[in-house]
Design a protein around this ligand. Structure first.
Ligand code: SF4
Length: 308
């Protein structure tokens, strides 16, 4: 039983396009984040630990990072600018790093992770220039939730309208969007996740990443968790919600991730977050019994009364 029997996965999409498995190489270009350097805020998002991004890779040039992180099972790669806010720098600096990645041997495209409020038209035009050259280009937007109250609570310093604005502009430039959502944020339950999902689908999205809320050392949430102010889902609860979201997602939208894993030494909770497979297996089992991606579309869920 495999996830891709029930879910339209990003891995299968890449395999279909390139006729072979594509490995994603995480890169650290030593960018920072406007929610940490004082431009928007200083503490960062309450779930984030800036140190968790520090991989020592940032001391190496991009081309070297790609060379040293190549996976021997793959011949082609996507360069994934993952650490911090990867559109938060002068255009020429971004171009230098993106070019270095794109021009590395066997790289077939780039994924750029960023905040929804941090994308100028110049950066979108730069990314679109790679699309025009035939590269696979994905913008990975950390939305987490469509509820502004929750975004304020977790100190994101952006709102859902920022996401909508960026999605429309990115689509005008022909750039694919992969949206990151967190399940289990404080004050939220299934109805919030379903509502966020529906709003994201309505705005147009090509791929999704689902993450469980996990508490990492050094984050603001770590203190809140110790004080008993925050709870996290156990694996069965998380798998049920993730499966529901997948069942409510149209079949043409890709899932690039259905759960996250965290390094053992930075994790506080939940303990099941250290491994990928138990989560993937639990979701796969639910989908095998209750229906695959898209099977719940048309059920009586109507978010408009809930989302004002
Ligand atoms: S999660 Fe992203 S936007 Fe939030 S503080 Fe961390 S790097 Fe910045």
């Amino acid at each position: 039983m495999q996830l891709n029997m029930y879910v339209n996965t990003f891995g299968d999409y890449l395999k279909h396009i390139f006729k072979e498995s594509i490995h994603k190489i995480s890169l650290d270009a030593d960018f920072t984040c406007p929610n940490r350097d004082g431009t928007l805020g200083r503490g960062g998002c309450t779930f984030c630990n800036a140190k968790s991004f520090v991989t020592n890779s940032h001391q190496k040039p991009i081309r070297e990072q790609i060379l040293s992180n190549r996976n021997s099972k793959s011949n082609k790669f996507l360069a994934y600018f993952q650490a911090y806010t990867n559109t938060y720098a002068e255009l020429q600096i971004l171009k230098k790093y993106y070019d270095e990645a794109i021009n590395s041997a066997d790289v077939v495209g780039i994924c750029v992770g960023t905040r929804p409020d941090c994308l100028s038209d110049e950066v979108l035009a730069l990314l679109a220039s790679y699309v025009k050259r035939g590269y696979e280009v994905w913008l990975e937007l950390g939305l987490q939730t469509a509820f502004d109250e929750t975004l304020d609570l977790i100190n994101r310093h952006h709102h859902f309208c920022d996401y909508v604005n960026t999605v429309h502009r990115a689509h005008d430039y022909g750039i694919n969007i992969c949206t990151h959502l967190i399940i289990g944020l404080p004050g939220e339950e299934l109805i919030h996740n379903l509502t966020t999902l529906q709003l994201v689908i309505d705005e147009g999205v090509q791929a999704l990443k689902l993450h469980q809320l996990h508490i990492v050392k050094g984050s603001i949430m770590a203190k809140q968790y110790e004080q008993g102010k925050i709870q996290v889902y156990e694996l069965p609860e998380y798998a049920q919600i993730a499966a529901k979201l997948i069942q409510n997602t149209p079949k043409d939208i890709l899932f690039a991730r259905v759960g996250a894993s965290v390094m053992d030494d930075s994790l506080i909770a939940p303990s099941w977050s250290t491994k990928r497979w138990p989560c993937i297996n639990a979701i796969t089992e639910i989908l095998s019994k209750t229906g695959a991606q898209g099977s719940a579309i048309g059920d009586s869920f109507n978010y408009s009364d809930f989302y004002k």
